[in-house]
Design a protein around this ligand. Structure first.
Ligand code: SF4
Length: 96
């Protein structure tokens, strides 16, 4: 949590960016993701993401948004992540 901007903790106007995946194999012609992040998708486990989000919320960051290049890619991962977040019983404010 040392890298979180503590001065912004609890600020209702601040949304913390969260990236769960890097890289993409889709090769859309207009996109630079593969050039910047590679064309192999690497992802954190949904369990690891939800643990990190719990720590973020404990540090008073209640609003965050996913900056993943394509949130629903792959769909199975996105569903797993969303189900894990719901299963925590917390009530975060999410954006994509
Ligand atoms: S990140 Fe999205 S837009 Fe870019 S190559 Fe992948 S699917 Fe296409």
């Amino acid at each position: 949590m040392a890298l979180l901007p503590h001065a912004l903790a609890g600020d209702p106007n601040f949304w913390l960016p969260v990236q769960t995946r890097r890289g993409c194999a889709m090769d859309c012609s207009y996109c630079s993701t593969a050039s910047i992040e590679g064309n192999i998708l690497r992802r954190r486990s949904p369990g690891m993401v939800t643990q990190w989000l719990a720590r973020v919320e404990h540090a008073s960051f209640k609003q965050y948004y996913f900056v993943d290049n394509t949130f629903n890619l792959p769909p199975s991962y996105a569903k797993h992540l969303c189900r894990d977040i719901i299963a925590t019983g917390r009530n975060p404010i999410l954006g994509t």
